[in-house]
Ligand binder design. Structure first.
Ligand SMILES: Nc1nc2c(ncn2[C@@H]2O[C@H](COP(=O)(O)OP(=O)(O)O)[C@@H](O)[C@H]2O)c(=O)[nH]1
Ligand SMILES: [Mg+2]
Length: 655
């Protein structure tokens, strides 16, 4: 089968790179374990790193008014090798609920459907995802294409309900675009059966971490806050689909401006505009130059309306591209212009993603190497000190040895007394940590969210809801600021402690890295901005159903903030470990060395012929440490080499 596989091939190359990176990290870990240089903390660090690499997802979302050809485009780009339409695509509304296509190997191939009735309850889709019993699960029979299509056609299911019920679900409003759906019989409307669908399907691209999000018409963007606040902002690429036969409508422009690009021009990254159905402009009676000119004219017009350079609008025919791929018709595929879109998509997506993953991995590996090197350095310094001491004893008499033994004993006692200060520090550190978690812990967030929820219920009017929400954001901000202050205090305390141990006990100087809360603050700010933009729109749009919609809107915001807190908590945990661990290691190593020094001098004190033997032993250990140092360097260099490897852009048919 001949087909353009640029995106698929590039994505495979990316997955392969992630696999090699994982292999390199596992190799490093194995070596550390063999050398007994790995402790529980390194084990955990490596495990997390590998998990993150393994679970790394690439999310591509498709957004448009219904019938623009989103589902067809998904079929054409990703699932043409399936030989038929995977997603239902037909005239009219086929995709009725947001549909995620992914592969989770822990579940059997299936389609999971969240009933629309859940909209009448508290809880966002993300929350419901934690409760398997809320979903209807249909297993997919991969061997029978017709049975599979039948199961997948569930995403198109609708049912007729009284208008009052539709309102309760926040789905009906006289002025709403859903209105044309209503049937001849007054008093009832058709609504989707499902609120959300997750298709678990072991397609190779999905197995490698690709997640595709197909959305129903634009009205879903207003009625399911999760899409607006979470799924779309977090997608790595959003394809906004227009159609040559429909032109650009006012709703298109609104959605593009308010939900997809926003005010910040940098958010245009990974946002592609597609002008689909150009086959409608093909005309055997016209010259191909005339047809091309007409397509170019439409592209310019779309670009102008959306304030984009024309090069960012891709004219394609999804339908002909799918047909061409299934039949292996290269000429038609070229004419469909899909390959250009695929190329642009893979260029937008993969290098950027690789850069992010590579930089994060490099940072983690560097931190890991730093800890290990610190241990090796401390050991080497200790050995050198012992060697100098012992070499100085050559030819000296028993008294000198005894004198030295006394000196080391004293040094050891002094250090052990200093340990009391270290224990006290640990206590203060624990107190600070507890206070820190009081301001950024999930408990705090739960209280703030609960309070806001009660206030919204008590005063379901614009002013009351607005105030409650603003104060929620204010409370969150105050908590983040308080946490920033606490991390600052912890940082200063640890810095002072490192300086003190360095000057008093000759431990290695170490500057603990500071912690910044800025990124969490920024994410909360972004959510607040999104909330401000949508508040009025939502308030006006679904006038009758706004109360339940507002509550759902708040739940989504609360979930997003919880996500920010989750990440902040995780990051803080590693930071706290990173500032404390070197001190712990240094103290432990130093104590160990003092004991070893004392041991060897004691041995020499008992029998002086042990001196040369002991010196030889230490020299050997020193050589071993040097070898470990070099081996570590090689392991890290191997991982860096994988990270730095240029992306292998496939030579696959670039039509
Ligand atoms: N002529 C033409 N029709 C298309 C094209 N892409 C999709 N369609 C048709 O448009 C209708 C809606 O497509 P669908 O993928 O279901 O749209 P969605 O609602 O955006 O997912 C279907 O009948 C498709 O066959 C195209 O490139 N050319
Ligand atoms: Mg569809």
């Amino acid at each position: 089968m001949v087909q353009s596989r640029e995106l698929a091939a590039r994505f495979e190359a990316y997955s392969d790179w992630r696999r090699r990176l994982s292999a390199g990290i596992s190799g490093l870990h194995e070596w550390l374990s063999q050398q007994e240089l790995a402790d529980a903390q390194t084990d955990l660090q490596v495990q997390r790193l590998l998990e993150r690499l393994h679970q790394d997802k690439l999310v591509v979302a498709f957004v448009a008014e219904f019938s623009r050809g989103k589902s067809e485009l998904i079929n054409a780009i990703f699932f043409a090798d399936f030989g038929q339409r995977l997603l239902p695509s037909a005239a009219g509304r086929t995709t009725m609920c947001p549909t995620e296509l992914l592969y989770d190997p822990t579940r059997p191939p299936s389609i999971r459907l969240l009933p629309i009735e859940t909209r009448a309850r508290d809880g966002s889709v993300a929350e419901f995802k934690n409760y398997a019993d809320e979903w209807v699960t249909l297993t997919l029979d991969l061997s029978a294409a017709d049975k599979m299509s039948q199961a997948l056609s569930q995403v198109s299911q609708t049912k007729r309900v009284p208008i009052a019920l539709a309102r309760k679900y926040g789905l009906y409003d006289e002025a709403d675009v859903l209105a044309p759906l209503s049937a001849a019989d007054e008093g009832s409307v058709d609504i989707p059966c499902w609120r959300h669908a997750v298709i678990n399907f072991p397609h190779p691209l999905l197995q490698q971490g690709l997640v595709i999000l197909d959305t129903p018409g634009l009205n879903a963007i207003g009625t399911e806050p999760e899409l607006t606040l979470s799924l779309l902002p977090n997608a790595h690429a959003v394809l906004f689909v227009l159609a040559a036969d429909a032109g650009v409508t006012k709703t298109d422009v609104d959605v593009w401006r308010n939900h997809l690009v926003g005010a910040d021009p940098s958010t245009k990254e990974g946002r592609l505009v597609i002008l689909n159905k150009i086959d409608g402009l093909w005309d055997d009676l016209k010259s191909s130059a005339d047809v091309d000119a007409e397509i170019a004219r439409q592209v310019r017009s779309c670009a102008q309306i959306l304030s984009l350079p024309p090069a960012q609008v891709f004219a394609v025919s999804a339908q002909k591209a799918l047909l061409a791929k299934v039949n292996g018709d290269d000429a038609l595929l070229g004419k469909s212009r899909l390959p250009q879109l695929e190329q642009a998509l893979s260029k937008e997506l993969i290098p950027a993603k690789r850069e992010i993953v590579g930089t994060a991995t490099r940072g983690e590996i560097k931190a890991l190497a730093l800890t290990v090197r610190a241990i090796l350095d401390a050991r080497a310094a200790g050995i050198q000190e012992q060697l100098a001491e012992l070499r100085g004893l050559r030819g000296k008499n028993h008294d000198v040895v005894e004198h030295m033994m006394e000196r080391i004993k004293q040094e050891k006692e002094l250090f052990e007394r200093g340990m009391q200060r270290y224990t006290a520090l640990r206590n203060v550190f624990t107190q600070h940590t507890t206070a820190l978690y009081e301001s950024i812990g999930l408990e705090t967030l739960r209280d703030a969210a609960g309070e806001t929820r009660r206030r919204i219920e008590r005063s379901p009017f614009t002013k009351g809801v607005r105030e409650a929400m603003s104060e929620f954001f204010e409370a969150i901000r105050t908590n983040i600021e308080a946490s920033a202050q606490k991390t600052g205090e912890i940082h200063d305390m640890m810095e002072a402690m490192y300086t003190r141990f360095a000057s008093e006990h000759g431990l290695e100087a170490f500057a603990p890295p500071p912690f910044s809360m800025l990124k969490y603050q920024k994410e909360v700010d972004r959510l607040e901005r999104a909330y401000n933009v949508h508040f009025n729109t939502l308030w006006n749009m679904v006038s009758k159903a706004k109360f339940s919609l507002m509550k759902r809107f708040f739940e989504t915001i609360a979930i997003r903030v919880k996500h920010v807190f989750d990440i902040a908590n995780r990051d803080l945990e590693s930071w706290l470990r990173a500032v404390m661990a070197p001190l712990e290691t240094q103290v432990r190593e130093h104590h160990l060395q003092l004991r070893r020094r004392l041991e060897s001098v004691k041995r020499i004190h008992r029998a002086s012929d042990e001196l040369e033997e002991r010196i030889a032993e230490l020299e050997q250990t020193e050589a071993g440490l040097r070898a470990q140092h070099n081996a570590l360097k090689r392991e890290i260099a191997a991982i860096d080499a994988v990270i730095d490897q240029p992306e292998l852009v496939p030579l696959a048919a670039n039509a």
